[in-house]
Design a binder for this molecule. Structure first.
Ligand SMILES: [Zn+2]
Ligand SMILES: [Zn+2]
Length: 320
């Protein structure tokens, strides 16, 4: 681990995994287009899926020297968001952000066999075990139905990239359907890549043409704090109720659930059991944990007899 992210050095190559700045001298793998994984500067060769490249573009980062294929490197679907990949090379598998559960248009990741596994563990604590997607669908549909019967509009909230599209697909059968403008742009890009999403009108246009006065309606919006001006306006003018979706809603120790009127634990990451299952299935002899509960998860794996350690920054770091 370097200040610039993870560096794997082999005899003939240097591979940076989700580096902060893409390095001139090496191969830079960008697993997906969430902002904590996108490099902020160009340099060297950037390896990522075409979807990641285009989403990055939409988010204002133009990748130079971008390639989709490279000899001896396999990009493996990680099931996290559209275009998200893990990287398999030299018996090493790097997960990026990963989810092995099917959700809407996203199919759960299939884990390749490897000797060394570098895995995220965002939800690497036993308290994070998520309910089945069918259970969440049932509960949310019932809640929306109840609110609709009282004429109350509903705002469904999740990260602008990833969760918002899944929510659109899972609950877009409710209508009339509106989108926060930022979600609409991201949904359009997903549609371009063939993801079937119902169309809806952006919030500015809907508001201008007085459509929001006709209640109830449903809107998909990014995760916004309760104090946000947009949220406040939707609540005071239209009496809208907010429903948030995030894995953090599973635990009462985190404040997520208090940000929206209702919250449901739906995540684009593996839960604890899925993480353990993934590690076991990979057959890895050596596991390095990154992101999230790196210590706790490594300790748990060692109890299962798996050689696991958090990846920590090393001081012999000349590569930033
Ligand atoms: Zn991510
Ligand atoms: Zn991430």
């Amino acid at each position: 681990m370097t200040k610039n992210g993870i560096l794997c050095e082999t005899l003939d190559k240097r591979v940076f995994l989700d580096p902060k700045n893409s390095h001139v001298n090496g191969i830079n793998f960008v697993s997906h287009a969430h902002s904590d994984h996108l490099p902020s500067k160009n340099g060297g060769t950037i390896l990522s899926s075409i979807e990641t490249n285009e989403i990055a573009n939409l988010r204002g980062f133009k990748m130079q020297n971008h390639v989709e294929f490279l000899e001896n490197f396999s990009l493996i679907d990680s099931g996290h968001i559209l275009g998200a990949k893990g990287l398999l090379f030299d018996d090493i598998f790097y997960t990026g952000d990963i989810c092995t559960r099917n959700r809407g248009f996203l199919k759960g990741a299939q884990i390749p066999k490897c000797k060394t596994l570098i895995t995220e563990c965002t939800f690497g604590l036993p308290e994070f075990v998520f309910p089945k997607i069918e259970e969440i669908l049932k509960q949310v549909n019932e809640l929306i139905s109840e609110l609709y019967s009282k004429g109350i509009p509903v705002i469904l909230m999740g990260y602008q990239l990833g969760k918002a599209q899944t929510i659109t697909q899972l609950f877009g059968h409710w209508g009339p359907l509106y989108f926060h403008d930022s979600v609409k742009a991201m949904n359009s890009l997903h549609q371009k890549f063939g993801v079937p999403l119902n169309d809806g009108i952006g919030h500015s246009e809907a508001q201008k043409s007085g459509l929001l006065e006709k209640k109830p309606w449903i809107m998909v919006a990014p995760m916004l704090p309760a104090k946000n001006k947009f949220v406040q306006e939707m609540k005071s003018r239209y009496g809208a109720v907010t429903i948030g979706f995030s894995g953090w809603a599973q635990s009462s120790r985190f404040s997520f659930g208090r940000r929206t009127d209702y919250s449901f634990p739906m995540s684009d990451h593996c839960d604890f059991n899925e993480l353990v299952e993934m590690v076991v299935n990979s057959g890895a002899e050596q596991v390095y944990t990154i992101h999230g509960f790196v210590e706790e998860f490594a300790v748990h794996l060692r109890k299962l007899g798996i050689n696991a350690h958090p990846l920590v920054e090393n001081s012999l770091d000349d590569f930033t």
